[in-house]
Design a protein around this ligand. Structure first.
Ligand code: CTP
Ligand code: MN
Ligand code: MN
Length: 497
């Protein structure tokens, strides 16, 4: 029997968790719970003691995750603590973790019953969302293995292969049951031969040799490191790798090779790779609203992207700006940017004018695939300095003061670099822009594919074009767009899936 899996049911928010380690069965310990590692947090799960592997995770991300875990009632200790039961790492192979533990004075012997479980970041992420330690399942290893393969394909410029692996991971993630045998995959869509092979290896051997090889490869590791720099894509990272560069220190030596954007990205590497908290997004929203209000009263600012979908954290903060009188929004963005800059809020910005009006053949463009790939709104990619924001605003009524404890415990500095996207839309295109900028990317891709194939309509962030009737359809809200597509409204929270 085929399981009916509809396009729009596919989950898409796969965390970029890259680990794949053999699962170790845990025997619960009988030790008395010790005092909480930090007096500020209560320990809810005394039987679980986490240790985070700093290697590849980086100090500031480790600090962020440590505080997150403690806030959720988990105990976190150093690697050499005898009490550690769960070792969580990101981007290392099993051997590397064992080696790392050894260096920290913790000898890891497989056969000993109370040796800690070696876990990857997806187990951690799921446990944080569930606010309890979730059972250790092969699923975590499967998703991470497929995601590693997707990433490797992306690093090699094979987008179709990359998409195939991510889709396979999405489908596995959407299943209400846990795959235990490879035969269960037969009835599922989107699982290609290669993905099937990887799943089989993981299920049968606890790890996939191919995935481990990828994770160990020098190129994969350098590509992963470089593409995490703001302003660096696969092409640039690949070129640097060919030139023999391997580490961030290498890049610092060859500073001249970097664009202005990349230099800023390198400078704020740790901050920009530390998740943005919702409270931080709201604090920035407050300032953006103030700036917009100052420059054009009556204009509105809407939080979009992952935060609109209800995600607790994000890699950046996305805002969409419009004004109910069409045309009023023209010229607004540069005023907003200079207002923010004058207040000392911006560490970097790069703005791009609206190129929608330059289009000579709107119908041709709307039905082309490039229309669904990228929009042509006026926009600004920026890096905010959170903590350098105008004091009055941060302490103002209703403003949520960014809590340093939520992102960097023990940090001596009081500010943090945060990526912010500002996009301006004319009012008549606002519902399309809102739908497009709320994401997720995979949801948008599925929705646009559905419109095209099932409805013969071309959907993008500006318009909805009926290809056969050759007309543009208008909508006053997201709800109306779903209606035009013959779909029930899907609220933002369900667009992560
Ligand atoms: N988007 C777009 N064009 C771009 C960049 C982004 O249309 N040049 C849209 C995408 O559809 C995406 C949404 O804007 O879904 C938000 O993009 P992004 O910030 O990259 O992703 P989020 O879903 O917000 O994830 P995160 O929380 O990690 O930022
Ligand atoms: Mn975002
Ligand atoms: Mn964004």
């Amino acid at each position: 029997m085929n399981h009916p899996v509809q396009i729009l049911d596919w989950p898409c928010s796969i965390k970029l968790a890259m680990m794949q380690l053999p699962v170790k069965k845990k025997h619960p310990r009988r030790q008395e719970p010790g005092p909480p590692a930090s007096l500020e947090f209560c320990v809810h799960f005394p039987e679980v003691v986490l240790c985070l592997v700093e290697k590849r995770m980086g100090a500031s991300r480790k600090a962020f995750l440590t505080t997150l875990a403690r806030q959720r009632g988990f105990c976190v200790e150093d690697a050499n603590s005898e009490r550690v039961t769960h070792v969580v790492s990101e981007g290392n192979s099993g051997d590397e973790v064992v080696e790392w533990l050894k260096k920290k004075g913790r000898h890891y012997i497989d056969a000993v019953a109370d040796c800690p479980a070696l876990l990857n970041i997806s187990w951690f992420t799921e446990s944080m969302s569930a606010e309890r330690p979730v059972p250790i399942e092969p699923r975590h290893y499967l998703l991470d293995a497929l995601q590693t393969m997707a990433e490797e394909a992306h690093f090699n410029g094979s987008e179709a292969r990359s998409l195939a692996f991510s889709r396979a991971a999405s489908v596995l993630k959407s299943l209400p049951w846990t795959v235990k045998r490879v035969q269960e995959l037969h009835s599922l869509p989107c699982i290609g031969e290669h993905s099937r092979r990887i799943v089989q290896e993981v299920l049968e051997d606890g790890a996939s040799a191919e995935v481990e090889r990828v994770q160990h490869s020098e190129r994969y590791q350098a590509m992963k490191l470089f593409t995490k720099i703001f302003g660096v894509g696969v092409k640039t990272a690949s070129r640097w790798y060919q030139e023999g560069l391997r580490t961030l220190a290498d890049l610092q030596v060859h500073h001249a090779k970097l664009s202005k954007e990349q230099q800023v990205g390198l400078l704020h590497y740790d901050d920009l790779n530390t998740p943005v908290e919702r409270s931080e997004a709201e604090a920035i929203g407050q300032v953006v609203r103030e700036a917009v209000e100052q420059c054009l009263p009556g204009a509105s600012v809407t939080l979009t992207g992952g935060f609109r979908r209800g995600k607790p954290t994000g890699h950046d903060v996305d805002f969409l700006v419009t004004h109910p009188t069409e045309g009023q929004e023209v010229g607004l963005l540069s005023k907003v940017i200079s207002w923010l800059d004058k207040q000392g809020c911006l560490l970097y910005y790069s703005s791009h004018r609206n190129t929608f009006l330059d289009l000579e053949d709107l119908e041709l463009w709307s039905s082309s695939s490039s229309a669904s790939m990228m929009d042509r709104f006026e926009r600004c990619f920026s890096i905010f300095c959170l903590g350098c924001l105008p004091g009055a605003l941060q302490r103002g009524a209703g403003a949520q003061k960014p809590s340093t404890a939520t992102w960097s415990p023990g940090a001596s500095r009081s500010w943090k670099a945060v990526r912010v996207d500002l996009v301006v839309s004319p009012y008549s295109q606002f519902p399309f822009a809102l739908l497009g900028w709320t994401g997720s990317r995979n949801f948008e891709r599925d929705l646009r594919r559905f419109s095209k194939h099932e409805k013969k309509m071309a959907l993008n962030s500006h318009t909805l074009y009926h290809v056969e009737q050759k007309i543009f359809l208008t909508a006053a809200s997201e709800e109306e767009i779903f209606q035009l597509l013959g779909l029930e409204y899907i609220p933002p929270e369900e667009r992560n899936a």
